[in-house]
Design a binder for this molecule. Structure first.
Ligand code: ADP
Ligand code: ZN
Length: 362
């Protein structure tokens, strides 16, 4: 027998810098590898009037031909219909594999555009410019891209790393305030997974979930991104270590599904998920009371209220079993064990889960 291993790895550069246009031209300047004839920007109707011109100007300053597509905002846009629209645009614009596709927007635009870029001609170059706090610290990092299909969120997708991610904290100034807690839920998760100091920064900042002072904001984003980068680097495709990032998401996804993704944002679902999974950890004696109290206190201060959003404990328990990350019929949970450390538990007692859910419902 003869054996040869083929190892390939893509590198994603992630830049955190204020001023989109400057950040863009700065990122490309002097880099031969970034030579492209054409760029195509995908964005939504809210983001387009605010930032499309600046992004287009930054790309044009490199001498590239720039075209764009503006789609309606919202989760419905993450669909096969939108994909077909984008593929048609890409063909019309004669994009090839050296062209750059730019996702300018929140997680919806990032996931959709990333999937289009991954599949068009087996992959064009992808640039993520996330404009929501959630997308900056989570969705745009790590290469998960997808669309929703047959009513199932993210059911068709792949892993595709962007060549470059540009995070401009200044664009958050126009983000509706109601979107901020969403981002802070994921930031809190990152802190609990692997950055004790970040948790303490959040704990001490009385202004949250309003945006902290600029310096602090950049620091907070940087730290949350670093946690995700470190975890993904160890396990890109979520077979092992990456599962710690599911803290709050097992119950969180069940809540989102039971609400049919209406009236409950991802951040809210994850925040409630983190509180309930922390209570579960407490019951299983893997977390102590002091840590559990600190987690609940921070999430309460970020404005999250713990309830099942109309779902019954039975519904949530059933959906938890159906979670795509549950192995067979065993209950798998990522649970906090100490501040800045989450571990995966593979065989959680269903009775403990029921007890936590029933208490939350009463
Ligand atoms: P998420 O990143 O939370 O998945 P979406 O992509 O659905 O979110 O974006 C949330 C909403 O915020 C959308 O209506 C989108 O158009 C809007 N939006 C995104 N970024 C900005 C921004 N920087 N300023 C104003 N509105 C924005
Ligand atoms: Zn999440």
């Amino acid at each position: 027998m003869r054996e040869i291993s083929l190892k390939v790895a893509a590198t994603s550069r992630i830049l955190i810098e204020s001023g989109l246009s400057r950040a863009l031209s700065g990122a490309f300047a002097g880099r031969e590898a970034f030579t492209a004839a054409a760029a195509f920007v995908v964005t939504d109707e809210n983001v387009s009037p605010l930032y499309l011109d600046r992004v287009a100007a930054g790309l044009q300053s490199m001498g590239w031909r720039v075209a764009s597509r503006t789609l309606p905002p919202g989760e419905q846009t993450k669909s096969f219909d939108s994909l077909l629209t984008l593929y048609k645009d890409f063909f019309d614009q004669k994009l090839d594999r050296s062209s750059i596709v730019v996702a300018l927007g929140g997680g919806v635009i990032g996931d959709l555009t990333g999937f289009a870029a991954a599949t068009y001609m087996r992959g064009t170059r992808l640039l993520q410019v996330p404009t929501t706090l959630l997308a900056q610290v989570d969705a745009a990092i790590g290469g998960k891209v997808a669309v929703n299909h047959l009513g199932i969120k993210n059911s068709i997708g792949t892993f595709y790393q962007p060549e470059l991610v540009i995070i401009d904290p200044e664009v958050l100034s126009t983000l509706p305030g109601s979107e901020l807690p969403n981002g802070f839920a994921e930031i809190s998760k990152a802190a609990l997974v692997a950055d004790k100091d970040l948790f303490e920064i959040l704990e001490k900042d009385d202004s949250l979930p309003a945006l902290p002072g600029h310096e602090m904001l950049e620091e907070i984003i940087y730290r949350a991104v670093a946690v995700k980068v470190n975890v993904v680097q160890q396990d890109e495709r979520e077979s092992g270590r990456r599962r710690v990032l599911n803290f709050g998401h097992t119950i969180g996804h069940a809540l989102e599904e039971s609400s049919a993704f209406e009236g409950l944002s991802h951040g809210e679902a994850v925040a409630v998920g983190m509180v309930l999974e922390t209570r579960l950890a407490r019951l299983l004696k893997v977390t102590d009371a002091q840590l559990a109290d600190r987690i609940e206190a921070l999430l309460a201060r970020l404005g999250f209220k713990v309830h099942l959003h109309g779902a019954s404990p039975e519904d949530i328990a059933r959906l938890t079993y159906l979670d795509k990350k549950a192995k067979g019929s065993r209950l798998v949970f990522a649970l906090p064990v100490k501040l800045g450390s989450v571990e995966v538990f593979e065989d959680v007692d269903p009775a403990a889960l029921r007890r936590v859910l029933e208490e939350a419902a009463s």
